[in-house]
Design a protein around this ligand. Sequence first.
Ligand SMILES: CC(C)CCC[C@@H](C)[C@H]1CC[C@H]2[C@@H]3CC=C4C[C@@H](O)CC[C@]4(C)[C@H]3CC[C@]12C
Length: 515
Amino acid sequence: MCTEKENSDSVYPQIERRKRLPDPVLREKGVSLWSVIKDSVGKDLTRVCLPVHFNEPISSLQKCFEDLEYSELLDQAYKHGKEGDSLQRILNVAAFAVSGYSSTEGRDCKPFNPLLGETYEADYPERGVRFFSEKVNYTPFQAVVSIYLNRSVQISVSKFHVNGLPLKLKQVSHHPTLIAFHCEGKGWKIWGESNLRAKFSGRSIQLDPIGVITLEFDDGEIFQWSKVTTNIYNLILGKVYCDHHGLMHIRGNRQYSCKLKFKEQSILERNRHQVHGFVEDLSGKKVATLLGKWDDSMYYINGYESGKPKDFSPSNSSLLWKKNDPPPNPTRYNLTAFAITLNELTPELQEKLPPTDSRLRPDQRGLENGEFDKANAEKQRLEKRQRMSRKLQENGWKPRWFKKDGDGPFYYAGGYWETREQGNWDGCPNNAQTLRENHVANSDMKLRVPSIPELPLDLFAEIANQYSVASRKRHHSEEFDLLIRCIIRAVNGRSFKGLVLYIMNHFFIRGNCKY
Ligand SMILES: CC(C)CCC[C@@H](C)[C@H]1CC[C@H]2[C@@H]3CC=C4C[C@@H](O)CC[C@]4(C)[C@H]3CC[C@]12C
């Protein structure tokens, strides 16, 4: 734990991280997507909780950090730039932008969709980086794509038939999960939003990333780029896999910019996953050529060569990046050695984490431990609770660590690591505060926080939801009155307003994210 290793020009401490996932407690029973669909005929599938069988024990917040597996390339880029070699800097940045895709090969599970207010921190001093991400929007539906069966209508436009039934896929969510992240390395910072627009296009699902990634070096050089399109194939039949294609333009604020093309796969093309491109200077002169594969390695040669990949040989090209070896104990989820470390929870870490950290989600932890029934039950409970407080969330929820100005992108507002240092997650301004201001403008309401005996959390959510509906309609529904009367009886006649405030406070202290 305490030895130190020379890494580029800084000294990083060495830290032991786990090399494998825990052995599953139970044997997993197979689940077919069909059996899930079959049981859901006629239901609004956004309300159907997908069993954890289709998940990997990583949340989307953690997945964002997977793109930083090769952050060493950015350390290199910083060093080169400092030594006046701007070309090497942009080449390393380009290799970094491609390297983030390498972990997607062979992965066929869905990451956990973060709950509102969920956060993830990664403090990796052995790499010189500190990463933080938060789910920043409210997603009205859990599923990006809803699947429903059309039994009665015989003439169907859908292209799929499952067990003789036509299957129609319909996109329902226009507010995909939005995640903001911020990462600090030695000599650089990188931040952005991870947001995807999903389109179902007959053969596959197309995910178009929205937003830009910004990389800023301490000497003021900035690069910005957007990710390319991802397609997911074989969702219904066969083995699920994804592929990436499109143009990536890395714009710099100084001398160079870089254009990379991720080639779309074709049946004829035997050479898959290819990426090629070039670096050009301000005058448009192409000064270097890049070539490689997003799931393997990237090379460059000085000067521009429009030739085919076969023109590249180890003698005339130099290696920029090579993918790490797969872990010695492969997981069912095909996680990389780096990804295996992301959800590790040591007792020391547990003490420091805020209650909103992905590592504390019981459903995800259950899946990781192979306690599948427990994981499913927890997932259902958490998703149901999140749906129930929907109205209140729509009205006044704000992320805690990221801000935005007008329509601009979210940026890190600061303070997370400082709060962590103090170890007091309750003391800082919280979502409860914001909500109280938005919804309870009446100043004569005094906030008493009564010690209410443990009430089921679902009930809290439902009350909060009803309260928000009622306060807009200016009258309470009968069911709502009944509910409230029951609760008041349960808590021995505490004041209604105080109770509601307490509930809101209790429920939203950490967004919707108290497990
Ligand atoms: C229901 C089950 C069977 C479907 C499994 C779908 C898998 C293949 C999907 C679900 C979520 C997807 C990821 C969502 C977001 C991103 C970020 C993007 O910039 C690169 C692709 C990447 C990393 C996707 C890769 C494919 C992915 C992992």
